[in-house]
Design a protein around this ligand. Structure first.
Ligand code: HEC
Length: 131
């Protein structure tokens, strides 16, 4: 038993390194967007692609349509799928599709919220596209 005790911190260290490696190796927001979103929302996010008889929304105008404030929580919820009634829209629920480590994201109120890293990166990427 005693000999096992010193192993615990070593195991923790190793686990920590593994986590960091996963985080570093994870796809960037731009890569995630290109892989999962560009087909429907256009390479630049301007939308206008016809999907199931509807034109996709322009994702570069999310802040403009929200009084100049980028709706971070709404965007992440929309991508994840839980903010939408998916029976009424053709956009897939990406929460089930993108395998990603969970990170702590601090919302505008300062509340730390465990959130899949891919959602945070995608939303931050879209935030950068606002015009
Ligand atoms: C199969 C086509 C399709 C794919 C793929 C897709 N979307 Fe969508 N998206 C739509 C459609 C259509 C809408 C309009 C709402 C609806 O009917 O669901 C939409 C709506 C949205 C909205 C809400 C816009 C608004 O003005 O309220 C956001 C944000 C969004 N998509 C982001 C993304 C991101 C990020 C990805 C990639 C992870 C993605 N979408 C992938 C089709 C798609």
């Amino acid at each position: 038993m005693r000999s096992m005790l010193w192993l615990a911190p070593v195991a923790l260290l190793v686990a920590g390194c593994e986590l960091e490696e996963t985080a570093d190796g994870a796809k960037s927001g731009a890569d995630l967007y290109a892989d999962y979103c560009a087909a429907c929302h256009g390479p630049g996010g301007t939308g206008g692609v016809e999907v199931a008889g509807k034109s996709t929304p322009d994702l570069t105008q999310l802040a403009a349509r929200n009084g100049g404030v980028f709706p971070m929580t709404y965007v992440m919820s929309t991508i994840d799928g839980y903010a939408r009634d998916n029976t009424h829209g053709p956009m897939p629920r990406f929460g089930d599709l993108i395998d990603s480590p969970v990170v702590t994201w601090v919302d505008v109120d300062g509340t730390p919220t465990p959130t899949p890293q891919a959602l945070v990166r995608l939303a931050q990427y879209l935030e950068g596209l606002q015009t």
